[in-house]
Design a protein around this ligand. Structure first.
Ligand SMILES: NC(=O)c1ccc[n+]([C@@H]2O[C@H](COP(=O)([O-])OP(=O)(O)OC[C@H]3O[C@@H](n4cnc5c(N)ncnc54)[C@H](OP(=O)(O)O)[C@@H]3O)[C@@H](O)[C@H]2O)c1
Length: 253
């Protein structure tokens, strides 16, 4: 079995790599920082005896998905599990932010997810098996003043993935959207947004939740009980204006 993980050089993606290596899957690790991917690859080859292929790539480039797909096809790699995890968040008001960075965020968080999914899916359908895990966020469940673009990209990933779940049920493909809340990773250093909501969860907890959810047939999972209550319940019962005001207060800085 081969698992391809985007954003494997740190945080949640790195933990995905550790988990699938422990399950004896061969890995394809993708991110921009080759040095970090190389040292993780070396560690996992030694520890788990799996084959690890490193492909450095900037997935915010418009044709990144096509390039990555061509590269894995050229190498003869058959991807059984696709983990679309790479992503980042911007945390300024839209009016104050760099338009190019916002566009980059949409290309990485949305375009790459669609591009990779659409390219790896047909072979999974032919084989009548495969798994696609898309990392969304608890931010997907309500509009996010001060993180407007990030929230919208994660809502896109959630909607896209749940629809895909339904489309692919007949083909024996397992599709899951994972929605972490605040998780202890370098995410908060990379984005301009330092607000941690609720108690910070660990990448191990996110992966425990993900692996449990994969054993069920549900289309999406929110990590952490508190996050799940807010995402699945509070955001639905609060009137929209009250919800927007509450999010505004939490994320204003
Ligand atoms: N941490 C949280 O609180 C939290 C909560 C909800 C959802 N999430 C989501 O979880 C996912 C993983 O984030 P994380 O928390 O693990 O943060 P992270 O530690 O900053 O990891 C982000 C990963 O994405 C990669 N990446 C960033 N830009 C890229 C690009 N242009 N091309 C290719 N790879 C790129 C990074 O690698 P390089 O820099 O080497 O390219 C890194 O491996 C993201 O989709 C994030 O939105 C995180």
């Amino acid at each position: 079995m081969v698992t391809l993980i985007t954003g494997a050089s740190s945080g949640i993606g790195e933990e995905f790599a550790r988990r699938y290596a422990a399950k004896k899957h061969d890995l394809v690790l993708v991110a921009r920082r080759r040095d970090r991917l190389d040292s993780l690859a070396e560690e996992l080859r030694d520890r788990d005896g799996v084959e690890v292929t490193v492909i450095p790539a900037d997935l915010s480039e418009p044709d990144a998905a096509e390039h990555l797909w061509n590269e894995t096809s050229r190498m003869g790699l058959r991807v059984d599990v696709l983990v679309n995890n790479a992503g980042f968040g911007t945390g300024k008001d839209v009016v104050d932010d760099d338009p190019e960075r916002l566009e980059q965020e949409v290309r990485l968080n949305c375009l790459a997810v669609v591009g990779l999914t659409a390219r790896y899916l047909p072979a999974m359908r032919e084989r009548k098996g495969g798994t696609i895990i898309n990392v969304s966020s608890a931010a997907a469940f309500q509009p996010m003043p001060h993180m407007a673009v990030y929230g919208a990209t994660k809502a896109f990933v959630l909607s896209f993935t749940e629809a895909l779940w339904r489309e692919t049920r007949k083909d024996g493909i397992r599709v899951l959207a994972v929605c972490p809340g605040s998780t202890d990773t370098p995410f908060f250093e990379v984005s301009d947004e330092g607000t941690v909501v609720g108690r910070m969860r660990s990448t191990r907890q996110v992966l425990d939740t993900t692996m449990r959810a994969l054993r069920t047939s549900r289309p999406s999972i929110v990590d952490g009980l508190g996050n799940a209550v807010v995402a699945r319940f509070i955001t639905r019962v609060l009137p929209k204006r009250a919800l927007l005001a509450a999010v505004d207060r939490v994320f204003r800085h």
